[in-house]
Design a protein around this ligand. Sequence first.
Ligand code: ADP
Length: 670
Amino acid sequence: MHSRRFSTLPAIFVLTFIYFVAGKLGLRFASFHASASPVWPPVGIALAGLLLLGYRVWPAIFVGAFLVNVTTMGNIATSLGIATGNTLEAICGAWMVNRFARGTRAFDRAQDVFTFSLAAIVSTLVSPTLGVTSLALGGYADWTKYGPIWTTWWLGDAAGDLIVAPLVLLWAIGSTREWSRRDVIEVGVLLLLLVGLSEIVFGGWLAISARNYPISFICGPIVIWTAFRFTQRETATGIFILSAIAIWGTLRGFGPFVMETENHSLVTLQAWTAVLTITAMALSAAMAERRRAEVAIEQQKSAVEAANRTKDNFLAMLSHELRTPLTPVMSALDSLQQDLAQSDETKSALAMIQRNVELESQLIADLLDLTRIAKNKLDLKFDPVDAHDAVRNVIEICQAEAKAKLLRVYIDLRAGAHYVSADAAKFQQIIWNLLKNAIKFTPEGGEITISSCNSAPQSLTIAVRDTGIGIDPSIMERIFNPFEQGELSAQRRFGGLGLGLAISKSLTEAHGGTLVAKSEGQNRGTTFFLTLRTVPPQPQIAIATAAPSCSRSLRILLVDDHSDTCTALERLLIRRGHLVAATHNVRSAMEAVVRNHFDLLISDVALPDGTGLDLMKQVRAIRPLPGIAISGFGANGDIEKSLQAGFADHLIKPIKLETLEAAIGRAIAS
Ligand code: ADP
């Protein structure tokens, strides 16, 4: 990947100039042979140039190298040979990096940094081989010194690629990192420390650098720190600065790399810097990879959370929409059941309809519970509850079902301390879920035992044991997840949505307790253990308070835009002896209020031209009128809003006759 932003000729011209200047600078470090320098920055500039601008700028390297050499040593032929070597080396290096290390993105990943380093080491074999051979053939180099000259040349080139190319590339590409004030301060501190330490080791400030102690390693932590905290660009820059100070100091006789000759010193120093570069750049790239992975995980997390919110909203909406049509069905059912002149067949058909509507209603309630749990909107009222009473209640509710399946239900409640601090209704719901499952998953003629014990001081465990189909160990971990039913249930179609245990577990945890399942495996029964902390026995709170009912005939204004619901409720209320005016929106309801005198307003919350809450406020501005809000939404916030608007009650659809009657009684009495 290279840029076409620069037209070829000017790019070649500029690159030739830079190459020439860098080459002349590099040759100032050539002490062993005038054409072989252990410090050779042009090679890194050439490689970066080809990677950034494309192979088309190769003439810049050729001309630049030719000019550097022809003005240094040798003749035109040797200079042409060296220039050819330098150009081929750069092309070869660029090709390898493009092919194997993702080109200009070579420093994005640690594995590409290693490939880049390998390409630098291998491609730089070309120039010294062609160069030294040209010089020796032309008589400008002693064949006997071929080896040392070649080594100096190669090391200078490899180090040049490793130290200079990343610097040029990374500054040319630019960085996407946003710098905070803290970052700027930190990088400033790092730079100061790096310069300070480099000066201590190589600068001759302290005696240790003059005495050439081998303490170059003390610069390592600063470079590693840069690699950890900042991007590859800062790391490459740090190393470049360190390298410059180290070369400068070593030439003045300071630092651990000073040896008998200048060339020896620089060759060793360059080898050290090259190794440090590979390590630091690889580390820096790995850190960048990690940061990218963290960002990707964060993005995925947000996407999953958003999807989850959408799902919760969908479930809330769905349960609302599913509830609405149930209200007229239940109301009509109530009306029909009031009719005494029914044949046995009709009675049993109505009972069957009621059972199924109630089942449907329960499934919807479960969905709503789940969304409330997911949104952390569970509102639990904790009171001392007699757990044994709750268990007996649940057994009574489920008795008919167990009997129908010829199941024997044993009760063994022997816990001495059996009061727990709980939300009475929710606590009962947990036990109900467990017993319903035991009945559902136990074949005819099986046994269910509900027992209690104080497994530890101040701890009550209720066990629901069955002799049913059992749970395979492979799904044991998952059965408490929402919608999880295990494969067995899917195959055998036991019904349900797979929410009961998820809700029970969340409710148990909200009570500070634990719910665990144990099973020996398939067809070997299951036991659920519900454990809660006990509290001292106290007068128990009744689960439901008796509601006053209203016996007199009322003038009721009924507002609901769902015409079936409206009609069914209207019929129901008329059958109970009330006078009902039914309207479908805020406007017609207000007209009715202005014209007539009503005893009670029953209004849906969501209306086509406003809300039931707005309606109540407008009505109360004219005259006080008791009201009951009805809605498919029943979260605490919804109920609160209705009460604040002036409604005496908030009923959640589908509405049962007794619930409505009790609410009417309360509203009129208040
Ligand atoms: P549902 O009963 O609607 O499927 P639950 O959340 O109550 O959902 O149960 C989840 C799954 O756990 C069931 O589908 C079933 O596979 C397994 N399970 C629950 N209780 C029992 C039990 N008593 N015996 C065997 N399997 C059970």
